[in-house]
Ligand binder design. Structure first.
Ligand SMILES: Nc1ncnc2c1ncn2[C@@H]1O[C@H](COP(=O)(O)OP(=O)(O)OP(=O)(O)O)[C@@H](O)[C@H]1O
Ligand SMILES: [Mg+2]
Length: 358
């Protein structure tokens, strides 16, 4: 396997994330399997590409030198086809008489390789056996698994990616607004509105990129008012700077949230919708009090709770141990689902009436 990286080249530089990149590099130097998880659009792929580019840049033959291969699993519909999908994506030859998996193992055992698997949430745990086999069969293989959900192996080293730091968030907003070719309305009061706007967007880089598209038409303050309307956040859409190189879900916040929703069980979807009207900073006991009923009895709620945590829908809140929240984007999506469930029933769709009926 040659050392040519075959990595997509993002248009912008990486903003912020110095600490996270360091943690990722350290993890990759020590562990065979590192997993980068985080919620919708938080910048996992962007960070993984940066880490892979550094690994690919190590001089051939020197310490840390390894071939880097990136495989995008977005199109993988059946986790049982993982070995076959990887062999195709890596251009490995068919080896008649041996299994796909053994053939893949032989292909990856030829030397030091960093294999980046992006989109692991699609595997929902079912790719774990394949990953385990490859790590056993290929002593010089390291895997960086990237996705909203971890692979599901006991020894995986998980790094959870959180929001951008404040400075990086406002810098991204300014950079993307400039890239739109629109005059930057971030002077005077506009500048002081940039940070609250980024907070309203949860300092989520995908949301910031899509909000920047709107700044040609709207001042930051006007945009904040739009975002505060029901479904205003979900309506943010447009082309982000990566254009065609990015997945289609990066063109709208609703599509990005939908991606997680489609991977949830019915109970997870129901719990997600119900939690969307519970003020952030709730714990599991509160979820039981406000969300359990005959449709979602306690034992099912517990399983759904774990599923939402595993899928990066439900996040640990930074204020208070054992407290949780839905990120702004997923909260907005949950409320929309709740309104959909409520359609035709009583209530005016307000948070208050939804809370009292659900
Ligand atoms: N640190 C950063 N600096 C500049 N741009 C960033 C940064 N992080 C993310 N972006 C941009 O934000 C958008 C969303 O990032 P990305 O696609 O990496 O998110 P993700 O977490 O992989 O999303 P998903 O969960 O849908 O896979 C992309 O346009 C990406 O280029
Ligand atoms: Mg991604």
């Amino acid at each position: 396997m040659d050392h040519a990286p075959h990595l997509p080249d993002p248009l912008d530089g990486l903003l912020g994330r110095a600490d996270e990149l360091r943690a990722l590099r350290r993890g990759l130097a020590r562990e065979r399997l590192v997993t980068l998880t985080g919620t919708a659009g938080i910048g996992k792929t962007r960070l993984a590409l940066a880490a892979a580019a550094t690994a690919a840049g190590s001089p051939a033959g020197g310490p840390g030198a390894r071939a880097v291969r990136l495989v995008d699993l977005d199109g993988l519909l059946d986790a049982d086809l993982l070995a076959c999908t990887l062999s195709r994506a890596l251009g490995l030859p068919d080896r008649p008489g041996i299994s796909e998996l053994a053939s893949l193992g032989l292909g990856l055992a030829a030397g030091p390789v960093l294999l980046v698997l992006d989109g692991c949430e699609r595997l929902a745990g079912r790719g774990a056996a394949t990953v385990q086999y490859l790590l056993g069969a290929c002593p010089e293989l390291n895997i960086l698994a990237v996705g909203r959900r971890a692979v599901g192996l006991a020894h995986e080293h998980e790094i959870v990616l959180g929001p951008l730091a404040e400075g990086a968030a406002t810098a991204l907003l300014a950079l993307r607004a400039r890239r739109q070719g629109t005059p930057l309305p971030l002077r005077g009061s506009g500048r002081s509105d940039a940070l609250p706007l980024c907070h309203l967007l949860d300092r989520n880089p995908l949301a910031i990129g899509l909000a920047a598209v709107q700044l040609g038409e709207l001042s930051p303050r006007r945009l904040m008012a739009e975002i505060a309307r029901p479904s205003g956040l979900l309506a943010l859409q447009g082309r982000t700077a990566g254009g065609e190189a990015e997945p289609a879900r990066n063109r709208s916040l609703r599509a990005s949230a939908e991606w997680s929703h489609d991977l949830c069980t019915e109970s997870e979807q129901l719990l997600w919708a119900r939690l969307s009207v519970v003020p952030a900073g709730f714990d599991r006991a509160e979820a039981h009090r406000t969300c359990a009923d005959e449709l979602l009895p306690g034992h099912r709620l517990d399983t759904a709770w774990e599923g939402l945590l595993d899928g990066s829908v439900l996040l640990a809140d930074t204020v208070g141990r054992g407290r949780y929240r839905l990120p702004a984007l997923l909260r907005a999506y949950g409320r929309e689902q709740l309104r959909r469930l409520a359609a035709g029933r009583h209530g005016d769709g307000s948070a208050e009436s939804l809370r009292s009926h659900y």
